[in-house]
Design a protein around this ligand. Sequence first.
Ligand SMILES: [Zn+2]
Length: 167
Amino acid sequence: MNDKPHFRFHPDAYEHQCFEESDEPCAACGRPCVWKYTNHIYALPPEPTAICARCIADGSVAKTVPEGDYSLHDCSFDEEPSDALAAEVEQRTPGFSTYNPFVWPVRDGAPLAFLGFGEDDNLLRLPQVQAAIAVLAEEMGGGVAPNYAMIFRTLEGDEYVATLDLD
Ligand SMILES: [Zn+2]
């Protein structure tokens, strides 16, 4: 497998520092990581020492955690996706730092892709992102600071949704 796999539900995972370059051996495949995962793995202890991007992408993390049970996110879904897509998001999509458990939006059975936080200039300059944050602010009954807004987009790329990461 490619040492730097693409993650369709978190397309900018490398730019978001989910991985760092490292030749440390991966706990799942035993090969040098090349791209070592930097975020938390939610599982019973002990946490695996190092996991590579390849083993995040193919779910081999399961070999390194008790009972093979883990998630890369502290999230719930706002609609129930199919089991296969839920597993792809929870176990084969790199996580990111949030203050609290958050809601991962789902539309028509498909989870959306996480693009980043609203404070990212590349996102905030998009009118669709500004509109999504405005919808969120209306739902919350007030203003929402962009850095607390998590921005998602449908895989087809035509709908944006913002959810809130409260501190
Ligand atoms: Zn590996």
